[in-house]
Design a protein around this ligand. Sequence first.
Ligand code: UD1
Length: 371
Amino acid sequence: MSTVVFAVGARPNFVKMAPVVEAARRRGLFRRLVVHTGQHYDERLSSEVLDDLGFPRPDRFLGIGSGSHGEQTGFTLVAFERVLLDERPDLVVVSGDVNATLACALAGAKLGVPVAHVESGLRSGDWTMPEEQNRVLTDRLSDLLFTHSPEAEENLLAEGIDGSRIHYVGNTMIDTLRRLERTARERAVWARLGAEEGFYALVTLHRPSNVDAEDRLRRIVDALVALGGRTRILFPIHPRTRTRLAAGDGLERLESAGVTCLEPLGYLDFLSLQSAAGTIVTDSGGVQEEASALGVPCFTLRANTERPITISLGTNTLIGDDPAAISDVPTPSGFGAPCAIPLWDGKAAERVVDVLEAALVQSKAPIASSA
Ligand code: UD1
């Protein structure tokens, strides 16, 4: 029986990979090994999200943790290579664009193990983003490339990637959303926080380019304080952002302006808040997609997006790079209209596993016997 390793490391990976692992489990046609690199390790960023998703307990936990990009990528490469040498799998599956994604794809490619990449072909054109470097390099290393939108396929073809390796399957992150949407709404987390459905802004900000520089973060706080003057704001704060805010007076200023500052939330609680928000303000990639699938207007604090389909067919608007633009986002005023993006239909993971099965039947690539 073939062995397939599913590699995950950070919060968004869990959401994108969960339905793929589950679809593979249901079909039972190959041995599955789940490896968690440990890039995210906090209860709130990892365990709680994995529990919410019903993600299987990882077979191997590499404990990589925090560090510089080079350290995270390098330590994961070494540790994951050892897993591959022990297990001699027939295929490695990675997802998304975090450091764990690139490191695991590189380990596979160096040992001659075929690599499959879920969420291929996204491009922001901004080479200063660590995620953009991870996307381009992971795609170059991958044998099977799973895309979620026609633009992604065009990007890959333009980079000279052979079209026969590209499979337009849709969005596995939205599979997870569709599966858990009802459970999340039943939690009504907004009501527990005393917010009114359709009439609050949900804010998430964690990108280093937004939160690491003191001056920029201060201007973001100024803009949130201004927005908070005309609407209720709920702000679950990523650990990176909280550390930076706590280094100055950002948290106190937000709280005294009535902004509800929360710890990072599990998947279900966050989806609950997204589903009933009147407006979302974010710099996350995944949230642009989830807001679009839910039909909630989303305002993204970035000059570009690697997910243009969320603008053309979804609810996303780029407000550019200037934090002051946050103070001008429209006041939340009720419910958006659900939108339908082709193949964001809850069945993308089944299509991924169809392709994996066919590929495993066709080829049995040998793994190098030693490093
Ligand atoms: C990573 C991804 C980003 C993704 C985000 C989702 C990369 C390059 N970036 O960014 O694309 O959108 O995850 O959350 O891979 N920390 C904790 N506990 C944890 C993990 C991190 O406190 O469990 C803190 C540490 O101070 C750490 C910092 O958060 O240094 C940043 O974590 P890291 O994994 O380096 O990147 P993210 O900003 O989370």
